[in-house]
Ligand binder design. Structure first.
Ligand code: PLP
Length: 361
C-alpha cells in the first residue's frame, strides 16, 4: 500500500510530530491524570501552555516587544469584521487589494463598517496575478492584503508599502503564516486561521501592534474588541485549548527543523520541483503568473481541455494522493503543499503526473 498524502487546502496535513504530541495530551496531560480536553483554562497547566505557545511563536517569528499575540476564535472570517470595527475611524476609509474570494469577503465586511477603496485588483484575469505598484490613499487608515491566495495559488513576494506614516499594513496570512520569516514591523496587524500551516481549526492567530489594541472608534460588543482579549491574555472566555496545544506542537516541530529560514528553503525546494514538472509535462499547465506563484497552493490544469479531470483525480487517488481537486472557480487540480507536506509527497505526485503522461501519449 502506498503512503497516503493529503493535499487538502485546509484543514490540511499536520506534521507527525504535532499529531503525536496531540495524541499524548488526550489521556493524561503532563502526568496530571487528566486529559487536556477536560482541564480548566484557569489551571496553571493551561495558563502555562498559552504562555509557552505565545513565547514559541514570538521566538520563531521574531515578534518585536511592541506587538501582542492573541489566540482568538471565529476564524479568519471574523477578522474580516474585527479589523474594520477596531481599526477604521468613523469617518475614515481603508484601502484593500482584491486578490480573490477571501479578500473580496474582507472587503464586503469592511463595507458594512465604513468606506473602502479597492486600490488594486486582479479580478480581470480570474486572479492569476498579484497587482503591483499599488498607491494607497493618503487618508486611509490601513491597507489590507491577503498574503497568499489559497484558491488561485498567488502569493506576495514583496509586500506593498503604505505611503502615509499614520497608515499601516494589515495582512490575512491564513495560508502562508510560518512558511518563512517575515518582518513583523512592516505590519500593524496580521491574522491567520490555524488550520493550514499551524494546527487544527478553532483558533485564529492575531499579531497586533500594541498602539492599535485600544478600542478607539465605536462602541462594539465586548468579544469583538482586541482590547478585551489583550487584557485577559486571550482568556476572556473559554479558549480553544486543544487547538492551541496542537499549534504549540507545530511551533516546536518547526523550531527543531531549523526555524523559519529552513522552512522557507524547504518550501521553495518543494514548490520548484512541482512547478518544474508542470512546465515539463505536456499534459499540464499552470494558470498562474510565474513571478507570483505560491509556495503553498499550486493549481494546475490540463493543457488539453478534452481530458476529463476526474480521470487524473482517480488515478492519483488510487496512488494515495488525496484531495487534489481544484477549487470550483479555477477547476483542474490544486496541490496544497503546506509546511507539513513532506518532500516525498511532492515527489509521489510528480511520479503520478509522469506516469499519467506516459499512459496518455
Ligand atoms: C486566505 C484565507 N483567508 C480566510 C479564510 C477563511 O478562514 P476561516 O475558515 O478560518 O474563517 C481562508 C480559508 O480557506 C483563506 O484561505
Amino acid at each position: 500500500m502506498n503512503d497516503i498524502y493529503n493535499f487538502s487546502a485546509g484543514p490540511a496535513c499536520l506534521s507527525e510530530k504535532a499529531l503525536n504530541g496531540a495524541k499524548d495530551v488526550l489521556l493524561n496531560y503532563q502526568s496530571s491524570g487528566i486529559s487536556l480536553l477536560e482541564m480548566s483554562h484557569r489551571s496553571p497547566q493551561v495558563v502555562n501552555l498559552f504562555e509557552e505557545t505565545t513565547i514559541n511563536l514570538k521566538n520563531l517569528l521574531n515578534v518585536p516587544d511592541n506587538y501582542q499575540v492573541l489566540w482568538l476564535q471565529g476564524g479568519a472570517s471574523l477578522q474580516f469584521s474585527m479589523v474594520p470595527m477596531n481599526l477604521l475611524p468613523d469617518s475614515g476609509s481603508a484601502d484593500y487589494i482584491d486578490t480573490g474570494v477571501w479578500s473580496a469577503k474582507a472587503i464586503s465586511e469592511c463595507e458594512k463598517i465604513g468606506n473602502v477603496n479597492v486600490v488594486g485588483s486582479s479580478r480581470d484575469s480570474n486572479y492569476t496575478y498579484i497587482p503591483k505598484n499599488i498607491i494607497n490613499n493618503n487618508r486611509s487608515s490601513y491597507l489590507h492584503i491577503t498574503s497568499n491566495n489559497t484558491i488561485y495559488g498567488t502569493q506576495y513576494k514583496a509586500y506593498p508599502e503604505v505611503n502615509n506614516e499614520n497608515s499601516f499594513l494589515v495582512a490575512d496570512m491564513s495560508s502562508d503564516i510560518l512558511s518563512g520569516p517575515i518582518n513583523i514591523s512592516d505590519f500593524g496587524l496580521i491574522y491567520a486561521g490555524a488550520q493550514k500551516n499551524m494546527g487544527p481549526a478553532g483558533v485564529t492567530l492575531v499579531i497586533i501592534r500594541s498602539d492599535l489594541v485600544e478600542n478607539k472608534y465605536r462602541n462594539i460588543p465586548t468579544m469583538m474588541r482586541y482590547e478585551t482579549h489583550a487584557l485577559k491574555d486571550s482568556m476572556f472566555n473559554t479558549p480553544p485549548v486543544f487547538s492551541v496545544c496542537v499549534v504549540n506542537e507545530t511551533l516546536k516541530w518547526i523550531k527543531e527543523l531549523g526555524g523559519l529560514e529552513k522552512m522557507e528553503k524547504i518550501n521553495i525546494e518543494k514548490s520548484n520541483l512541482l512547478y518544474n514538472e508542470i512546465e515539463r509535462n505536456s499534459l499540464f499547465t499552470s494558470p498562474v503568473n510565474k513571478e507570483d506563484r505560491s509556495t503553498m497552493n499550486i493549481p494546475f490544469v490540463f493543457s488539453d481541455t478534452n481530458i476529463i479531470d476526474q480521470i487524473f483525480l482517480d488515478f492519483c487517488d488510487n496512488r494515495g494522493l488525496k484531495t487534489l481537486r481544484g477549487h470550483r472557480s479555477v477547476g483542474g487540480f490544486r496541490a496544497s503543499i503546506y509546511n507539513a507536506m513532506p518532500i516525498s509527497g511532492v515527489n509521489a505526485l510528480i511520479e503520478a503526473m509522469k506516469e499519467f503522461e506516459k499512459n496518455f501519449s
